[in-house]
Design a protein around this ligand. Structure first.
Ligand code: GLC
Ligand code: GLC
Length: 812
């Protein structure tokens, strides 16, 4: 069952049924100001940090769900009837509802009693504000006197404190009103020099700044007293819950259109210019009025909207493909690229599953996200790399997370997730392959954000690997620490107290438990760094690193092979995990993909057998599950993985992040059909037809799909903020379509599915536009290239002199 459709030409998903299984959301903003918006206008906004600079309040776990958002109420002043054109929160029986989620904007419209209303929400590029662009149309043949109410509920900035510290918070709320602008300035009197504002293009008939005054005691957002009675108190009071509500009176003639613009924004004043007049407690508004006035003008916001479109044209324009499969095209050209930008912007902080309070930027997550967006925003990728490297420790280990506002490592979570450093090497390698920006290796970067500790970035990378080989266990494999990529395989924690963190409780520094995943990542990272150092002329270092990679690969073949697949780990007692010896968790997906990607056991035929085992034991119609059989009970020595019911999360769901590793591995072994088949099993667009089962948005990946051992096999959860976005983008574009940036040029090495006659692509790479045409000429995988009709040996196109070249590729 579908709840809408893809409008590919406009790059939109159009939701036409209100009763989506879950709120289906979109993101506004791409620099500092962000918002989440659902298909019924739920959600919230923040500046830079979803926890520390939250502009509007949102209650996760609310009932009915998705209450709290960017709501407008329309009141028919003849009948007294009122409704919300976005359906929530009044849930009136509106007609012709549609929600168009596009790249960086959302448009929600509906009709009620012949009043058509449409609201376009977006953040203008470069601005710290959002626009609500409301258009009303009277489609009746009578004059219609209306009242129009806007509403936002302000958050008192720190979203955590806002939800817990009521003994203080009920006394601190402060606002100011000037003309049609409502200013939220809680704590501005003391240490904050920022405030929020909510402006309106029309003269107002009244306003409200207190939630209780607007709603009335014991009433909710579905039935505000002020709307029901068309009355506002125009009061400015201190404390309780500040809101922003404008009340307008608009009479529409038959056929008349009316456009009303609201601007919700964030502004900072220089500390010594906070007040006007000086010495007062009144906000200095001179610094912000020009911005407000600019974005209350129709022509300016239309120009900003066009600019937003252009910005996205530019971003997704780095790669456009036309293949025989619409789900491939739609995801590659539009939605997967878009989701990669969202994960770049937000890491794992704010979605409808991540509250924006809990997690900052993850070290491993952000490094992997980079693989999916580096081609779109290389300069920002460079900065991200330098920020991440600055949270690395002198030991070569890394803070597992950092806060985006301060860019400092998060002490509470600490370090000792022993896979973390390997990902930095892989991120830098991807960045170099995309950009050829070799000087980045000389950038001076501190450790643990401590001034005076700076070394060149290249030294950071060396220390990453040094950290891993400095922490080797009894079999010569890397120690797992608190966790490797799988956060829930906690072999050193032994947590027995409810509420403890499985990652940080207990002894994360055990010297016995080892990880085959880190062994594979090390092998991969060491051979990349060998190539990088060779490239800058450090031949001895390159040889040393390649030696380390080869050594780890040999150790993995020796101690990491279970007989028919790769083992997952050795536990605290040196007992194998992910082995036929185990009763549960006999086979795990991660090492099968990652060892193959690292080239371990390909020659020896181990990789092929491992992938066969994946197909036999782990592949399902809804994707490849993480392990089999799942753990049926909690095991102290396994940790969080066994805390989940069978089939959920790391305990045997289709943990989508891992599936592309298998697609890549299959492509590396030349199995294009199987790679594409696995790709399509979790492709959101392909799954659109079963939206009632899948439940999450059909235009973005979710972290997990319940596995075959779960009660709701096929149900997705935790959409948007997942490494799945980057890895699927890499799997389909670089390995199946085979358009793969490399240190010295663009490599073109498709592993085409048998049924495909070919495909075309345009790729912008290092300032050159490649027009690529791939044709299948036989059943094999042999690739032959020609550039401008001239044959080129091998599969690498050396950087051309021209700024545009055509590439002809045959596969057979
Ligand atoms: C979550 C985490 C990620 C981890 C994965 C597997 O997606 O953000 O860091 O690798 O789960 O546990
Ligand atoms: C929980 C989740 C896991 C996530 C981790 C982050 O363990 O199950 O997916 O990576 O939290 O700390």
């Amino acid at each position: 069952m579908r709840y809408g459709y893809f409008d590919d030409a406009n790059r939109e998903y159009v939701i036409t049924r209100l009763d989506t299984p879950l709120p289906w959301i979109n993101y506004l903003g791409m620099e500092d100001y962000f918002g989440l918006i659902s298909n019924t206008a739920g959600g919230y906004s923040f500046y830079q940090d979803a926890r520390l600079r939250r502009l509007t309040r949102y209650r996760y776990n609310n009932v009915p769900m998705d209450m709290g958002g960017r709501y407008i109420y329309l009141r028919d002043n003849l009948s007294g009837d009122f409704w919300s054109p976005t359906w929530m929160p009044t849930r009136t029986d509106i007609k012709d509802y549609s929600c168009r989620h596009g790249l960086g904007y959302t448009i929600i419209g509906s009709t009620y009693r012949d009043i058509r209303a449409e609201v376009r929400y977006f953040v203008p590029p470069g601005q710290n504000l959002e626009i609500w662009d409301l258009t009303l149309e009277n489609r009746s043949d009578e004059e219609r006197p209306l009242s129009v109410f806007s509403s936002v509920e302000f958050c008192l900035w720190d979203a955590q404190d806002d939800a817990t510290n009521f003994q203080r918070n009920f006394n601190t709320g402060e606002v100011e009103v000037a003309g049609s602008v409502i200013f939220h300035k809680t704590e501005y009197r003391e240490r904050r020099n920022h405030f929020a504002y909510f402006a309106c293009s029309e003269p107002i008939a009244g306003f409200e700044t207190q939630r209780e005054a607007f709603l009335g005691p014991f009433r909710g957002w579905e039935d505000p007293r002020a709307v029901a009675e068309d009355a506002t108190t125009d009061s400015v009071r201190v404390g309780w819950s500040p809101v922003g509500v404008h009340r307008l009176r608009e009479t529409l003639q038959p056929g008349e259109n009316k456009r009303i613009i609201y601007v919700l924004g964030y502004h900072e004043n220089p500390p010594d210019e906070k007040f006007d007049p000086r010495g007062s407690q009144t906000i200095n508004k001179r610094t912000v009025m020009a911005v407000i006035e600019t974005y209350l003008q129709e022509e300016n916001i239309d120009a900003a909207f066009a600019e937003l479109h252009q910005a996205w044209d530019g971003l997704v324009g780095h790669l456009q493909v036309r293949t025989p499969n619409e789900h491939v095209d739609r995801m590659v050209n539009i939605w997967n690229a878009y989701q990669c930008m969202v994960t770049f912007n937000l890491s794992r902080s704010a979605s409808y599953f991540e509250s924006g309070i809990d997690r900052g930027m993850g070290f491993r997550d952000s490094n992997q996200d980079l693989l999916g967006f580096v081609q779109m925003v290389p300069d920002r990728a460079r900065q991200r790399i330098l920020d991440l490297a600055a949270t690395q420790l002198e030991s070569g280990g890394a803070f597992h997370q950092y806060q985006p506002l301060t860019k400092r490592g998060n002490e509470a979570v600490g370090s000792n997730f022993n896979d973390d450093p390997a990902w930095l090497v892989l991120a830098v390698s991807a960045y170099l392959k995309e950009t050829g920006d070799w000087p980045v290796l000389d950038e001076l970067v501190p450790y643990g954000n401590t001034p005076g500790t700076e070394t060149p970035l290249l030294e950071h990378l060396t220390r990453c690997l040094q950290y891993i080989i400095g922490n080797i266990g009894p079999h010569g494999l890397p120690l797992i620490g608190r966790a490797d990529w799988n956060d829930c395989l906690n072999l050193n924690t032994f947590s027995s107290q409810p509420g403890e963190s499985f990652q940080t409780a207990g002894n994360g520094g055990g010297r016995v438990a080892e990880s085959i995943v880190i062994a594979a990542l090390f092998t991969l990272a060491a051979s990349e760094l060998a190539q990088i150092t060779a490239h800058v002329g450090m031949t001895d270092e390159a040889n040393r690193l390649q030696g380390l990679a080869d050594g780890m690969a040999a150790t993995t073949r020796r101690y990491g092979w279970d007989g028919a697949w790769f083992l997952r780990a050795y536990d605290h007692f040196s007992k194998p995990v992910g082995s036929t010896e185990n009763e549960e968790g006999k086979i795990y997906i991660e090492p099968q993909g990652l060892c193959t990607m690292a080239g371990i056991g390909i020659k020896e035929g181990l990789a092929g057998r491992a992938l066969k085992a994946v197909e036999t034991h782990l592949a399902t119609e809804h994707g490849i599950v993480l392990l089999q059989p799942p753990y049926q009970q909690y095991y102290l020595q396994m940790g969080e993985i066994s805390s989940y019911p069978p089939g959920y999360k790391e305990n045997g769901s289709v943990f989508c992040h891992t599936n592309p590793w298998i697609m890549i591995a299959e492509a590396q072994l030349g199995n294009g059909d199987r790679a594409l088949d696995y790709y399509l099993r979790i492709n959101p667009s392909k799954r659109e037809v079963m939206s009632d089962l899948h439940r999450c948005e059909p235009y973005c990946y979710a972290q997990m799909i319940a596995g075959k051992d779960a009660g709701h096999f096929g149900e997705a959860k935790n959409s948007w903020l997942t490494g799945t976005a980057a890895w699927n983008f890499v799997a389909i574009t670089q390995w199946i379509l085979g358009l793969r940036p490399d240190y010295d040029g663009l490599r073109v090495e498709p592993v085409l599915p048998q049924g495909w006659s070919g495909f075309t692509a345009t790729r912008l790479f290092r300032g050159v536009r490649y027009d690529i045409e791939v044709k299948r000429v036989g059943p094999g995988n042999q690739v032959a290239l020609a550039v401008e009709g001239e044959p080129v040996a091998g599969t690498l196109i050396p950087i051309p002199r021209a700024d545009r070249v055509s590439v002809q590729v045959t596969v057979g």
